[in-house]
Each structure stands twice: as C-alpha cells, then as structure tokens.
Design a protein around this ligand. Structure first.
Ligand SMILES: [Ca+2]
Ligand SMILES: [Ca+2]
Length: 106
C-alpha cells in the first residue's frame, strides 16, 4: 500500500508524542483526541480556531476539509465565539466520532 509518510511535521508542537495521521482514523480515547487536536493550537491560546481545525483536518484527511472543518466548528463551538475551547472539545469529539470515522474509547 502506497503510504506517503515522508513529510515531516516539524513545525508542529508535537510534544505529546502522538502520531498525527495514524491515530485519527483508529481508536483513541478522549484525552488522546484532545492531545491530537491541541497540537494544532498554533498560537497557544488553548483554543482551536477554525483555521487551526482546518489545519488539523488537512493533516489527517485532505478530502472535503473545508466542509468538515465548517461542520466540526458548528458542532463543537457551542457558545459561538468562533473557537473550540477545552470544554467544547468533547462536543467536537462526539461529532468526530459520528462523522469522521474515529472511535473514541473510554
Ligand atoms: Ca489557538
Ligand atoms: Ca466556543
């Protein structure tokens, strides 16, 4: 199977040591999902903006990224401030589990 794994993810702050592309499609627990997502918190404000979410999805899955990002933001951003904060990640996780083919395990 032709896997394209040669691209480094160097500039990402991957200090959790969680592989990006591999993990999103399989099983992960809620903490791993948060850790995965928070790697894309570029500006370090502990919230995920639409741009950061788009970037995360682009790393995981290049198809339909704008649409998925929009939908994910809609479902995750409950208070409508344009960011997914730490409390709202659970909402995004629930949505991701339904629509992005991830299994969030306890
Ligand atoms: Ca951020
Ligand atoms: Ca919010």
């Amino acid at each position: 199977m032709p896997l394209q794994n040669s691209k480094p993810v160097g500039h990402l702050n991957n200090n959790q040591g969680i592989p990006l592309n591999q993990k999103l499609r399989g099983q992960m627990n809620a903490d791993e999902f948060k850790a995965w997502l928070m790697q894309f918190d570029r500006n370090g404000d502990q919230r995920i903006s639409k741009e950061e979410l788009t970037n995360a999805l682009r790393k995981a899955d290049k198809w339909f990224v704008p649409w998925k990002s929009f939908r994910g933001m809609n479902h995750g951003d409950v208070n409508g401030d344009g960011f997914i904060d730490k409390d709202e990640i659970d909402n995004l996780a629930a949505y991701a589990q339904k629509r992005w083919g991830i299994k969030i395990v306890k």
